[in-house]
Design a protein around this ligand. Structure first.
Ligand code: HEM
Length: 424
């Protein structure tokens, strides 16, 4: 039987040489050689995903950017012409958990426009800026928790809890309930495409909790984001209770594993690039922020958390990069491949924290551009700057070859990041 990724579609010119193995263990560890091959030989490539679904992978920057903004590509999985054998096990987001389906990442205009306008009234750059001291406090508390040990697993002890506590605080989930979220989120991140039962139970519990919280807040509005969502209105229109629950859920979900991986992949990249890390440390010591800001953007471009999480479905026959895509076909824009395209970025494989002209696609592009980008930047910058400042001799405590990656179609990040440092 053909290797995964080697299924040529009718009408596609076969690429020279063997198609690299996609979605294997080696691929999760370092997908960039396979992406380079695809960009070069099969920039719009039809392949069979591990779930059995056939989808197109778009890997060149110019095609990717255009596809992200193409309104003929829908985010609504109802447009998927799904083969019967794969029904129910495609891993396509939103296929299960129907109650939480009406969220931004699964809908198109005009519903998307309405919901995005409403949430944007509650979740503004100002909301995020005012939240900065709390993110700093959370970051310091987490570091305090392992400072004396002289070693830590930066995923488990730091990158994982920080975004979950941050988003819970922002939403207005009471502190005493936040560890439940940590458990549910842990279940989802560990088993993301794995055993269905536990994940489905966690999603169900989270939804039940959110619906109940929305009920309670309605009685007693505060200045948190859930109250903001309830209050937000546009021409007299409000979010329904179900829409508010779905919105809270997507804020948690979209803002969680992404940020874990931004911090995890980012710190790892800095540890592997000592020159860049020293440059950043010196700049922070001099009280500057410029290199931190461009640096976090570069870390996102260079080894971003979102690999492919950009499902779209063709609503009509169309052409991308010269390939004919049929109505109903899934299209996956491979952000991580586009962001290493040498036609767009000089020396794309080099990490250059002061890179200029860095219009990467890590946060997407077009109407679905990441709503949480200001929060992600705040968390990423605070986490990285504080780690380098408080643990100046931070070093990797494992052979890079032994590190395991959580790979897959959606996100790419380290399972663990063992480090050591001089304890104080
Ligand atoms: C959308 C990346 C953090 C909330 C997106 C998209 C990308 C992305 C690529 C577009 C997906 C598409 O077009 O199909 C990231 C990265 C993050 C991050 C790399 C961290 C480093 C966050 C955070 C939040 C968030 C912290 C919220 C708290 C959202 C929402 C959408 C979205 C709600 C959907 C927007 C829409 O459809 O209109 N994100 N994200 N993200 N993100 Fe993020």
């Amino acid at each position: 039987s053909p290797a995964p990724g080697a299924t040529p579609a009718p009408g596609v010119t076969p690429a020279p040489g063997p198609v690299p193995e996609l979605f294997s263990w080696e691929f999760a560890t370092d997908p960039y050689p396979a992406y380079a091959w695809l960009r070069e030989h099969a920039p719009v490539h039809r392949t069979e995903l591990p779930s059995g679904v056939e989808a197109w992978l778009v890997t060149r920057y110019a095609d990717a950017r255009q596809a992200l903004a193409d309104q003929r590509l829908s985010k609504n999985p109802a447009h998927h012409d799904e083969p019967a054998h794969a029904k129910g096990k495609t891993g396509i987001p939103g296929e299960r958990k129907a109650e939480l389906m009406t969220h931004l990442l699964n809908i198109d205009p005009p519903d998307h426009t309405r919901l995005r306008r409403l949430v944007s009234k509650a979740f503004t750059p100002r909301t995020v800026a005012e939240f900065a001291p709390r993110v700093q406090e959370l970051t310091d508390q987490l570091i305090d928790g392992f400072l004396e040990r002289g070693e830590a697993d930066l995923i488990h002890d730091f990158a994982f809890p920080l975004p979950i506590y941050a988003i819970c605080d922002l939403l207005g989930v009471p502190r005493e309930d936040q560890d439940d979220f940590r458990d549910w989120a842990g279940m989802m991140i560990r088993h993301g495409g794995g055993p269905r039962g536990g994940v489905a139970r966690s999603v169900k519990k989270m939804r039940g909790y959110l619906v109940e919280l929305i009920h309670r807040k309605r009685e007693n509005l505060g200045d948190d984001l859930i109250s903001g969502l309830i209050r937000a209105s546009d021409h007299g229109e409000h979010l329904t209770e179900n829409e508010a629950a779905a919105m809270a859920f997507i804020l948690l979900f979209a803002g969680f594993e992404t940020t874990v991986n931004l911090i995890g992949n980012g710190v790892y990249s800095l540890l592997r690039n000592p020159g860049e890390r020293e440059r950043l440390q010196a700049s922070l010591a001099a009280g500057e922020r410029g290199l931190l800001e461009t640096g976090v953007e570069e870390l996102l471009r260079h080894d971003g958390p979102v690999e492919v999480a950009t499902w779209r479905f063709a609503t009509e026959d169309l052409v991308i990069g010269g390939e004919r895509i049929a109505a109903g076909d899934p299209v996956l824009v491979v952000l991580a491949a586009a962001d290493r395209d040498p036609d767009r970025f000089d020396e794309p494989d080099v990490l250059d924290l002061s890179r200029r002209d860095n219009q990467h696609l890590g946060y997407g592009h077009g109407i679905h551009y990441c709503l949480g980008a200001p929060l992600a930047r705040l968390e990423g910058q605070t986490a990285i700057a504080t780690l380098l400042r408080r643990l100046p001799d931070l070093r990797l405590a494992a052979d890079p070859a032994d590190l395991r990656w959580r790979g897959g179609l959606i996100m790419r990040g380290l399972r663990t990041l063992p480090v050591e440092f001089t304890s104080r």
